[in-house]
Design a protein around this ligand. Structure first.
Ligand SMILES: [Cu+2]
Length: 364
């Protein structure tokens, strides 16, 4: 009788011992990663060393992927379509790892899809961290690592005003536009008559600015453009402050971004601009004057110093993929502020290029 009772009791005792042993030993860690425009959110910010499985969900509206880099490791998932999942299992030793989206020659990373994971003994679990606007300290740390947080750009060469007209590569842009959801309709109207056209007029003017890239906050701009338009009007723009409000396909992360590969095929910003690399891209508000009179204090300004898109002579757009060209084209686009009337200019906007411009990185 006593024997029959003792056997199950012994089994129970040994399974309790097994359970205790498991708690004390390293065990596979599970980390959930959520990708979206433009952040990487991890379920854990610190984990124990050993085997870790990342379960990655693309909760965004364009394709993304996840890469883990550090301590000699550089591993990534395949590209994950919107709504799809992937897993990545790695053995991580103690250290700090960068976890980011590698899509688009690091453009997604520069737009904020970048966070860190600490691997160490005595991990704290359930300590979620987002790479979005909430982790500005990390992005500021990144900016500090960069060789130079400021750039000074001076417009030069032929100055042209770009007038409304058809986009020269509608067939290349069409499949990219499909992915733009709600924004698609507004953009499609620009295919036939938009700001990125071959319809240009020679003009004259000057534009010099300085831009500071300090992360998700504290970016800054300073500069003045003065130019004439085709109708003889004299315009002056004084840059005031950065714009930081993102919309899914039009991130403005911090307002100033250095070294961004975007437009065209990238699904980052409108494809009604060729695929380009930019030394600096910025979104800002400015004070706009026409013939000395204030037009608005809220002009919406987009500036980029980009890889050359237009050929000499007639200044037609010469390439759909212009990303490998020399970065010397300075583009200034000015739109009315939210709710304000269109400008008294063709198409209601101002768009001026300085075709042979130069830039200099500043130490501070
Ligand atoms: Cu991405």
């Amino acid at each position: 009788m006593t024997h029959a009772l003792a056997v199950p009791f012994r089994n129970l005792a040994s399974s309790i011992l097994t359970a205790i042993a498991l708690v004390g030993e390293p065990h596979p860690v599970a980390v959930t990663a959520t990708l979206s425009e433009w952040k990487v959110e991890l379920s854990e910010r610190r984990i124990a060393p050993g085997v870790v499985t990342f379960t990655v969900t693309n909760a965004g509206s364009i394709p993304h992927a996840l890469e883990v880099e550090g301590e000699g490791i550089e591993q990534e998932t395949e590209v994950i379509q919107p709504g799809a999942h992937a897993t990545l299992t790695l053995t991580l030793k103690p250290g700090t790892y960068e976890v980011y989206c590698p899509v688009g020659d690091d453009s997604h990373k520069k737009l904020g899809m970048d966070t860190r994971l600490k691997v160490q003994g005595g991990a704290e679990h359930g300590d979620a961290m987002s790479s979005g606007y909430s982790s500005t300290a990390m992005h500021e740390a990144h900016a500090m690592e960069a060789t130079a947080p400021a750039i000074k750009v001076t417009g030069g060469g032929p100055v042209i005003q770009i007038l409304p007209g058809p986009f020269p590569f509608p067939d290349s842009a069409a499949p990219i536009l499909q992915a733009f959801g709600d924004e698609r309709e507004g953009l499609e109207s620009q295919v036939k008559n938009g700001p990125y056209s071959n319809n240009v007029a020679p003009t004259s003017g000057t534009f010099t600015f300085t831009a500071w890239d300090k992360g998700a906050v504290r970016d800054s701009v300073d500069g003045v453009a003065e130019f004439a338009t085709q109708d003889g009007a004299r315009w002056k723009l004084v840059l005031d402050r950065v714009q930081t409000k993102d919309v899914p396909h039009h991130p403005r992360f911090g307002g100033v971004i250095f070294g961004l590969y975007y437009h065209g095929v990238t699904q980052v910003h409108t494809p009604l601009v060729p695929t380009i690399n930019s030394a600096v891209a910025l979104w800002a508000f400015g004070h706009l004057y026409k013939n000395g009179a204030l037009v608005t204090d809220n002009a919406m300004v987009h500036v980029m110093l980009l890889s050359h898109t237009r050929r000499d002579g007639d200044f037609a757009i010469a390439c759909w993929d212009c990303s490998k060209n020399k970065i010397d084209e300075l583009q200034l686009q000015i739109l009315p502020g939210p709710g304000e009337p269109k400008f008294d200019a063709p198409g209601g906007f101002l768009f001026v290029n300085w075709e042979q411009s130069r830039s200099r990185k500043l130490a501070s």
